[in-house]
Design a protein around this ligand. Sequence first.
Ligand code: DX5
Ligand code: ZN
Length: 231
Amino acid sequence: MSFDRSIKIAPSILSADFANFGEEIRAIEAQGADWVHVDVMDGHFVPNLTFGPPAVKAFRPHVKTFMDVHLMIAPVDPYIEAYAEAGADMIVAHYEAGPHPHRTLQAIRATGAKSGISLNPGTPASVIEHLLPLCDMVLVMSVNPGFGGQKFIPSSVDKVRQVREMIGDRDIHIQVDGGVDPITIGPLVAAGADCFVAGSAVFKGGSVQNSDVYGDNIRAIRAAAEVALSS
Ligand code: DX5
Ligand code: ZN
């Protein structure tokens, strides 16, 4: 994947029909998703449980675009290889997941996957300064991780601006995750983010039988982002 800062929409399959992941993934990709975002939760770092490596491995053949795997788990290091073997194109770990995020990023890079670091809403941007040389992406959480459908936290916009400044001309994506919709995306684009996770805002009102709605939702999010880019 060559680097660029074009707008990328990454629907979170946390909002998909859990009995039908293969078709849901094919539907969102056919309807314009750029990436597929997989939320891994452990019932410990966050108060919810989702996908182990075998589930992610089962998603893999259905993903034709790019699968970013967001690990909301602690400890994270013992599981990195398993998620890489399951087929993650990018693995994102939380800064808050343990005392050695630098080692975690080294371990992700060693698997050959792209690497990302994620910041909870309460964590300042400054902590990633010395981690950036090991990052392909910084994920700014705009809700407290654990659930889809939460309200966007406005101070995330300032954090994106700070991260964008720290990155300078390095090839590092900025992703935002949580409460992203056609209203909240504008200021995030203006602040310098290029990659947007959206769960509820993509899946709401649609289904695999009625997947045009996914397309309408994705186009509405993208259009709002393009307006912000050109103004
Ligand atoms: C939250 C997850 C998100 C979530 C986004 O812990 O990391 O990816 O599914 O969902 P929405 O877009 O509904 O806020
Ligand atoms: Zn996520």
